[in-house]
Design a protein around this ligand. Structure first.
Ligand code: AMP
Length: 469
């Protein structure tokens, strides 16, 4: 038997720089392959979000990536950057104007109405994880296809819902040791916002010459958006603008005060930030963004997630008023933060590698493969290879605990070798007893105390934070 020195198990190879070969297809600008080496991070996020959501009584919803474009025009807003500049909209082959979803609140609200969830016990709590599309300027942390997880609570206007949603979002980041804080504001409602918008419009009109071209346009259509413009002159002008929190009606004020009180009880750090207006028209009352702790002081800008209340959205879709609130967080931006903090996702190794020498052994191993799979062991193989050395090299690379080896001698004796891949020790076992024998050894491995460390997946090349939305 050739001896193969065990090597440390390796995670899938890290992505190298993109190879651009003339004539070969390439990923589109702003689109990103999620490669095997990235998957442990994605699995960690998916599992954490699902565990949290299910534990908190949220049911999963998946809506189509393609919706009628009018859904977003009516809800996100015709004049918003998302609809006006970023939405992938096209006529399909039937001549319908459709859009790749740029966000999910509108889709979830549509589904809520379409499937009669209005008559379910309220509130209806839903969560999702999926990809979204915006024809944005690509940069680190900003892509044209990106992933979000989100939570929505429909049919309940109580301020504690807002606080609970914020708590759930913060919990996800905390579970990955990413310290975050909340930037929070209230946008009022249809009773108090119009008067405030008039006041804000007057304020900016007298300072119009200092505004950028985009903000001059926003002055006509949506002066609120001037408040979160990043152009330095607009930023300076905004500093002394009237703040909506000083112009809320009593009901909105009470709502906001309660949200803040509940956040205090939950010990969630927040800053009142009049610049948080969110880029979507459907928000009412509470709006908020999740940012990394201290990000604003250090000039870091990228928000990790955001959400708010949208009490009028279902009415905009033709229903009676149904209060609702929700949030969405970007998966890529969370993973960038996890990598920056050296978060080491668990990479699970297979349990057993099946190695064979010679055609009769290969056939015998095929049957054994089926048996081991059926008892839910994680079994890997390299049946197309002939020599033992190349097979055990694969086993080493995959970090397998045990190799089961069938050679010519084992075929004659109806035995099998169990090789401990860590120390190279091999034992001959009666073939008929291989299943209980391997189960016994794996149970011992599972019961052994660990040093608490997990194998890290390789670091993503060239990833950094800094995007903003
Ligand atoms: P929004 O739907 O704009 O409120 O965004 C919610 C979150 O989704 C943001 O805080 C980001 O984490 C993420 N996000 C938004 N746009 C992009 C993008 N173009 N690329 C990557 N992540 C994004």
């Amino acid at each position: 038997m050739p001896s193969v020195k065990p090597e440390p198990a390796a995670a899938p190879p890290a992505a190298g720089p993109l190879e651009k070969v003339k004539g070969q297809p390439q990923q589109l600008r702003g689109m990103k392959d999620i490669l095997p080496a990235d998957q442990p991070y994605w699995d960690a996020v998916r599992q954490a979000v699902e565990r949290l959501a299910v534990g908190a009584g949220f049911a999963r919803i998946e809506t189509p990536v393609l919706e009628a474009a009018s859904l977003f025009n009516r809800t996100v807003g015709q004049e918003t950057d998302i609809v006006e500049k970023e939405m992938y909209t096209f006529l399909d082959r039937g001549g319908d104007k459709v859009a790749l979803r740029p966000e999910n609140t509108a889709g979830v609200a549509r589904a809520y109405l379409e499937h009669g969830m209005v008559s379910w016990p309220q509130p209806v709590k839903l969560w999702y994880l999926g990809s979204f599309f915006r024809h944005d300027r690509p940069q680190a942390g900003r892509y044209r296809q990106f992933w979000q997880f989100g939570f929505e609570v429909l049919g309940d206007g109580h301020p504690v819902i807002d606080a609970m949603l914020i708590y759930l979002a913060v919990t996800v980041y905390r579970s990955f040791q990413v310290p975050v804080e909340i930037q929070i504001n209230s946008l009022g409602d249809k009773n108090c916002r119009p008067a405030y918008l008039r006041l804000l419009g007057e304020y900016f009109r007298t300072r119009k010459n200092s505004l950028c071209e985009d903000c001059k346009r926003r002055l006509q259509k949506n002066p609120l958006r001037i408040l979160d413009c990043k152009v330095p002159d607009c930023h300076t002008v905004s500093q002394d603008a009237p703040q909506i929190v000083d112009h809320l009606c009593q009901a909105c004020k009470d709502h906001f005060v309660h949200v803040l009180e509940y956040l205090g009880e939950l010990e969630i750090p927040y800053n009142l930030n009049p610049r948080v207006v969110r880029g979507l028209d459907y928000y009412t009352r509470t709006v908020w963004q999740v940012v990394e702790e201290g990000a604003l002081e250090t000039g870091g800008q990228s928000d990790l997630g955001g959400g708010g209340r949208y009490d009028d959205l279902l009415e905009q879709l033709g229903n009676r008023q149904v209060p609702a609130a929700g949030f969405a967080s970007g998966v890529e931006r969370l993973i960038i933060k996890m990598r920056e903090r050296q978060f080491a996702p668990k990479v699970e190794s297979p349990d057993v590698f099946l190695a064979q020498l010679g055609e009769p052994a290969r056939k015998k191993c095929l049957k054994l493969y089926d048996v081991l799979r059926s008892i839910e062991l994680k079994v890997v193989e390299a049946f197309s290879k002939d020599g033992l050395k190349p097979q055990l090299e694969v086993a080493n690379r995959l970090g397998v605990k045990y190799a089961l080896i069938v050679g010519q001698k084992e075929i004659m004796d109806d035995t099998i070798l169990i090789r401990d891949m860590e120390n190279g020790i091999q034992e001959v076992v009666d073939f008929k007893k291989v299943v209980p024998e391997i189960q016994k050894r794996l149970a011992r491995v599972a019961a052994a105390p660990t040093d608490g460390r997990s194998k890290a997946a390789p670091a993503e090349q060239g990833s950094s934070s800094g995007g903003e939305s």
